[in-house]
Design a protein around this ligand. Structure first.
Ligand code: PLP
Length: 390
């Protein structure tokens, strides 16, 4: 079968590969616990599901405008007002099939072949492929565990070339849970503005921050520099709606039109029923979001207390999202030389599924998701410790 060169260059999703292996073991009757998941373990709140049922009953089952129904676009704009005090018109928003399609479409709309995108590493698995699919070049900016997995303007500067077109930021981060403070984020944004580099900020975990950390959005920067910034967000993580496929973009209306053009020739509008559900989510009460956030704080503390006590393991305390990224490379040896080998061993001997750091651009680490019940988390971590440390 002849598959295009463009696709042959792209790696398949490593997280999906881990899940496939875990499912294979489960099918053989092995009791596998997965800390490899990238989604909340909660159900979608009832009032959101009710809105979807109503949409079906009322026959709201036809095509809608490509960028989304106007009420939903207004609700997306309203989200930035409600959460960040940013005024945005509905024309500055577009609803996409998840945050993933928002990113895909933005890169397609912004990049010419060979344009470089600064991608802080560790990075979310799909970023390099999304850039490459638009014929761009991902340029990784390393931010190791010892520096809290955060980059500075000086490090960005060291990787800037005349081809640098976009800086991709993700805070809170998947896989590290690292969050930039307002001051740190402002410094990165100022650097990008000063060097005329467009910023795409993936804020999909913006509400899931813990302790003293406050949600930090660059939407205020968008308001000041509307043609230099695009904010990506979605409902998957905040409202436990991964399967509904609702993401969105806040950007200059001209860029929104470009994104709508791509979407109009590829997928059209997102599911009409999911749009009604999303409307209820964004405009309704956020109590369920707060309840889930509190559960994540508890689990973060539980997992962090255990992992940070492991000998020769470096794990900065995550301030957001639902992942811990632990540097365990001091335990590598001849039979377990890298993060993939460690994860294979842990799956086979501890029956715990984890994603190797190599999938996120840092082979010293492995990622633990704590989007599971407290007792499952505790049990999985003690099994991991037994295999790693005897
Ligand atoms: N961005 C990050 C950092 C993510 O972790 C994910 C999902 O795991 C996405 C984007 C995509 O989310 P969605 O399910 O809305 O496409």
């Amino acid at each position: 079968m002849n598959i295009s060169d463009r696709l042959t260059r792209i790696k398949p999703s490593a997280t999906l590969a881990v899940n496939a292996k875990a499912l294979e073991l489960k099918a053989r009757g092995v009791k596998v616990v997965s800390l490899a998941v990238g989604e909340p373990d909660f159900g979608t709140p009832a009032h959101i599901c009710e809105a979807a049922k109503r949409a079906i009953d009322e026959g709201f089952t036809r095509y809608t405008p490509v960028p989304g129904i106007i009420e939903l676009r207004e609700a997306v704009a309203g989200y930035f007002g409600r959460c960040y005090g940013v005024e945005a018109p509905a024309e500055a928003t577009i609803v996409t099939n998840g945050g993933k399609q928002a990113l895909y479409n933005l890169f397609q709309a912004l990049l010419n072949p060979g344009d470089e995108v600064l991608v802080p590493a560790p990075y979310w698995v799909s970023y390099p492929a999304l850039v490459q699919l638009a014929e761009g070049v991902p340029v990784f900016v390393p931010s190791p565990a010892e520096r809290g997995f955060k980059i500075t303007p000086a490090e960005l500067d060291a990787h800037r070339t005349p081809r640098t077109r976009v800086l991709l930021l993700n805070s809170p981060s998947n896989p590290t849970g690292a969050c930039y403070t307002r001051e740190e984020m402002d410094a990165l944004m100022q650097w990008a503005v000063d060097h005329d580099i467009f910023v795409i900020a993936d804020e999909i975990y913006d509400r899931l921050v813990y302790g003293d950390m406050q949600p930090v959005s660059v939407s205020g920067w968008w308001q000041r520099f509307p043609d230099r910034v695009a904010v990506v967000n979605g409902l998957a993580k905040t409202f436990a709606m991964t399967g509904w496929r609702v993401g969105y973009v806040l950007a200059h209306p001209d860029l929104v039109k470009a994104v709508a053009k791509i979407q109009g020739q590829s997928t059209s509008n997102i599911c009409s029923i999911a749009q009604k559900a999303a409307l209820a989510a964004l405009t309704g009460p956020y109590d369920a979001v707060e309840e889930m956030r509190c559960a994540f704080v508890r689990r973060r503390d539980l997992a962090y207390d255990i992992i940070s006590g492991w000998k020769d393991v470096v794990c900065p305390r995550p301030d957001g999202a639902f992942y811990l990224f632990a540097d365990i490379h001091r335990h590598y040896n001849a039979s377990m030389p890298d993060s993939a080998a460690v994860c294979t061993r842990l799956l086979e001997e501890a029956q715990v599924a984890l994603v190797p750091g190599s999938a996120f651009g840092d082979d010293k680490c492995i990622r633990f998701s704590y989007a599971v019940a407290d007792d499952v988390l505790e049990d999985a971590l003690s099994r991991v410790a037994k295999v790693l440390f005897g």
